[in-house]
Design a protein around this ligand. Sequence first.
Ligand code: ADP
Ligand code: TRP
Length: 320
Amino acid sequence: MRILTGVQPSGQLHWGNYFGAMKPIIDSQDKGETFVFVAQYHALTTVHDAGRLRTATWDVALDFLACGLDPAKACLFRQGDVPEVHELAWLLSVVTPMGLLERCHSYKDKLARGIPASHGLFAYPVLMAADILLYQSDLVPVGRDQKQHVEVTRDIAAKFNQTFGEVFRLPEPLIAEKVAVIPGLDGQKMSKSYNNTIGLFDDPKDVKAKIMRIATDSTPLEAPKDPDTCRVFALYRLFADDAEAEEMRRNYLRGGYGYGHAKKALFEIYQRKMAPFRERRDYLAAHPEEVEATLRAGAERARRAARDTLAAARRAVGLD
Ligand code: ADP
Ligand code: TRP
């Protein structure tokens, strides 16, 4: 089974990104053949600054490798290293009905947010379909906002297969329903747009200060507390194993355990669980040649898979 996902380079990683998107992908490397790429061409629909694109691309690669993506198991590459995707995107675009793209929420949302309408922004789902179909992916882990794009991919693949003969496997979206929305410092969804994030690799002093500022209710220290309505507990549970979470739950219910204690425990578990990731990220940042070699090897592996599919698609349309 092949599992593939693209990640847009979008700056500093926060806890919500890590637990909501990245960890499930990293965990999938033990379940199937995992392909992860940095979606640079997609980012170009909104980022028009070469320096920013380069830095952000590099950061995504470092983050994935630091957090446990193992290049011996999973294939990590830059979208820009596999230009075959554009030829496939064209072959798909000639069977993509305009109406299908006009219905995409993501396009309409971006226009509503003031992003200028460009051909690239409109054609984005066709490029995404090419990303997915080029590698004959079975499963595509994505956030809820991207589910429609995977459905569009299925429609385009079916239309191509019907028109030119069976070439593509139809992928399924995989939405991590189990991972609830990770709350931010203010209790809303943790998101860059709400300014309520805690960075995964922030300076520990800043992380500690942010944790201490999390608002809690005024239940007195001695009184029992409800773990299920407490933001501190919700965040603690992300890092904790079952036994650790159960222990904190009992502390809350027993009383005599204050929010200050819980915050201290949250900071400690974050530090403990993140220490190996931090160490690995520092190492990788100091050894860019290793990261570059990993990305190039990933691109080679990806290109081998890509060339087979592209050859089949070219044959099907009569370009051989
Ligand atoms: P942001 O909301 O900070 O702009 P993005 O939209 O760039 O984050 O999200 C990147 C990925 O991280 C998406 O797959 C999204 O589903 C996931 N993600 C972001 N914030 C959260 C959150 N608070 N809880 C769960 N998943 C999240
Ligand atoms: N559009 C996705 C996002 O914004 C990123 C992406 C590009 C992607 N190509 C993909 C995700 C292919 C899954 C499969 O998050």
